[in-house]
Design a protein around this ligand. Structure first.
Ligand code: SF4
Length: 220
């Protein structure tokens, strides 16, 4: 008799606790401004989407590559594009018009902005000065793609070095599987983007100064 007597109130207690929880949830929900309530849905969906490959897995995959010093998961909305970047390529870089991955063949800042805005997550990679940035970025892009992130797209640093002479007049890249434009060739302000992510970058004034190189892989 005693156990039976004890069971009933326990059930009632559990029921009461669930009710209290439900009421609490209702209260929080009531306190949320209308806009926030609506924003909660996509955030949950975003988290579900990210399960394809987690932030930690992405960071580990990048850190395993040769010449990688550090990584940050960033929002593509924090990747800064600006009109002046293309002019720095045009008036100041030997690579301008010499490679199919450089301006005027690469995306304009406006085109790149639209591309960036079609992604929700990216990984910014800080490289050693001697690293083969473009090679590593292409290999990381491929690895991420094969793990299920079908939108993965890598951007490196500097002009292309895969061919002795780039056949720009043919308009067809000989190594499309690994040739990627640099971030700056697509109108990305690398200085502001890197600093925003907490990475170091300075104007290189002397040959003895150690440069900082960055690559970006857009994920999903
Ligand atoms: S891989 Fe060769 S063809 Fe392609 S952009 Fe680089 S230099 Fe040009």
């Amino acid at each position: 008799m005693a156990p039976h007597v004890q069971t009933q109130p326990k059930k009632r207690l559990i029921g009461a606790a669930i009710l209290r929880e439900d009421r609490k949830k209702e209260d929080i929900s009531k306190k949320m401004p209308r806009g926030l309530k609506m924003a909660a849905q996509p955030r949950t969906r975003k988290r579900e989407k990210r399960k394809i490959i987690s932030d930690d897995e992405l960071c580990l995959a990048a850190l395993r590559k040769p010449g990688v010093k550090g990584v940050r998961i960033v929002s593509p909305s924090d990747v800064v594009t600006a009109a002046w970047v293309r002019l720095k390529c045009q008036f100041g870089c030997d690579g301008y018009g010499q490679y199919l991955v450089c301006p005027p063949y690469s995306p304009t800042p406006d085109e790149m902005r639209r591309v960036l805005d079609s992604y929700e997550r990216a990984i910014l990679v800080h490289f050693e000065p001697t690293a083969a940035v473009k090679k590593v970025v292409a290999s990381l892009e491929r690895e991420i793609f094969l793990r299920g992130a079908w939108k993965a797209l890598g951007l490196g640093a500097g002009p292309c070095y895969f061919c002795r002479r780039c056949p720009v007049e043919e308009g067809r890249c000989r190594h499309a599987e690994r040739a990627r434009p640099s971030m700056e060739a697509c109108g990305i302000d690398v200085f502001t983007t890197a600093r925003k992510a907490g990475f170091p970058i300075e104007v290189v004034r002397t040959r003895r100064q150690c440069p900082n190189y960055y690559g970006l892989v857009l994920i999903d």
